[in-house]
Design a protein around this ligand. Sequence first.
Ligand SMILES: Cc1cc2nc3c(=O)[nH]c(=O)nc-3n(C[C@H](O)[C@H](O)[C@H](O)COP(=O)(O)OP(=O)(O)OC[C@H]3O[C@@H](n4cnc5c(N)ncnc54)[C@H](O)[C@@H]3O)c2cc1C
Length: 407
Amino acid sequence: MSSLDTYLEAAGAWLRAHAEPRGASRELEWGRGPDGVFLFRDTSPEEERAGIEALKEWQRAKFDAGYGAISRPAEYGGAGLPRAYEDGFRRLEAGFVIPAVADLVSISLEIEAPTILTLGTEEQKQRWLRPLRRGDLLCCQLFSEPGAGSDLGSIALRAERDGEEWVLNGQKVWTSGAQYAELGIVICRTSRDAPRQQAFTAFVVPLDAPGITVLPLRQMTGGANFNEVFFDGARIPDSARLGEVGGGWSAMMTTLGFERAAAARGGGGGGPDLFGRLVMTARQFGRLEDPLVRQALADLYARNRMRSWTARRAAASARAKGVPGPEGSLSKLALTRSLQRAGEIATLLLGPAMVADTGEWGTYAWSELVCGTPGLRLGGGTDEIQKNTIAERALGLPREPRVGTAS
Ligand SMILES: Cc1cc2nc3c(=O)[nH]c(=O)nc-3n(C[C@H](O)[C@H](O)[C@H](O)COP(=O)(O)OP(=O)(O)OC[C@H]3O[C@@H](n4cnc5c(N)ncnc54)[C@H](O)[C@@H]3O)c2cc1C
């Protein structure tokens, strides 16, 4: 294994050969660069698909050069290097113009592939991990249902065994990116009366299987990132079962741990530097000396610093334990609070220009962040659920009452 410095030198040379450095364009300047401050892109289906394809292509180029799964095990297509090498590569990569993040690609790479690595059989890992990591296949997450969101113990989609197959009937909802994914990890009820820890089973399903219908949902930002997914007698082979029959609850907890860790790492929000954008906006509108604005900006800066340290602590703990723990809830909560605060400061600075599109650069664009933040406060477990997790699993406080369950 080469030293970290040597490795990053070679990685930097590869990046320079394959992407444009951001150079001076990284510096924020009023009126220059893309006018977007978003969490969920408000794009047409065609633009969204093109964005996903561009990101898949970039992932393939990285994977083929050995930079696509740096800290993942070598036997499943990774480079098998320590996490510090991957973190170093990501820092370098941030200095180049690369395709914008797409939710589904992050879900597939950062949440679903690690779940398959943790729970899959050897055959499943060999079958799926390499194409997932190369971006050849994308995998979405089919947990939530109309009657089961925070309380995943209410999942009703049934899987019934029929010889070597399972027959799936029911509905999922809020499935991000299902319309562009080839695979999905679906949690099904396989027992009517067992306690939640044994009532569910996880499967990896091909979304083009007969009996599966994906219908996009339009959201208030204008985009259509999520879907309803209907299962009408879809037949899935037992070889697609992820983990034991009755092991679905623990599969969900594993996946949600990866999800919180990824959300906290991602930082979210219009990609770069929301704080820098707010300072620039305050300067542009002559508000930088306003004591209220200065106080709000200082508060956001402090929150962002604490968030980044908390995320590092959660990541270190996850590395030590092998799977992400409840600490990820702290990072996710800190992230959503920072984003909400950033939206409030933008509102303070911009007032009506945030809600009426006058065409002025750097103003109405903030409405996308303000409309998108509630989504991030729900996805991957709501703020309230993160607080419950912190109270019960990190602080060891008494559990809140659960109705009608053995948990
Ligand atoms: C952007 C986004 C992406 C998503 N992507 C996916 C996806 O890819 N796959 C998927 O399966 N799902 C996805 N979801 C769904 C998401 O997981 C659910 O929205 C979330 O779990 C909340 O469930 P719910 O919407 O049914 O709200 P509910 O569970 O009905 O909650 C309603 C309110 O009650 C509060 N509440 C509920 N229970 C408690 C409690 N015990 N204590 C205190 N307060 C409580 C909640 O905090 C919330 O404020 C996504 C959601 C969003 C917003």
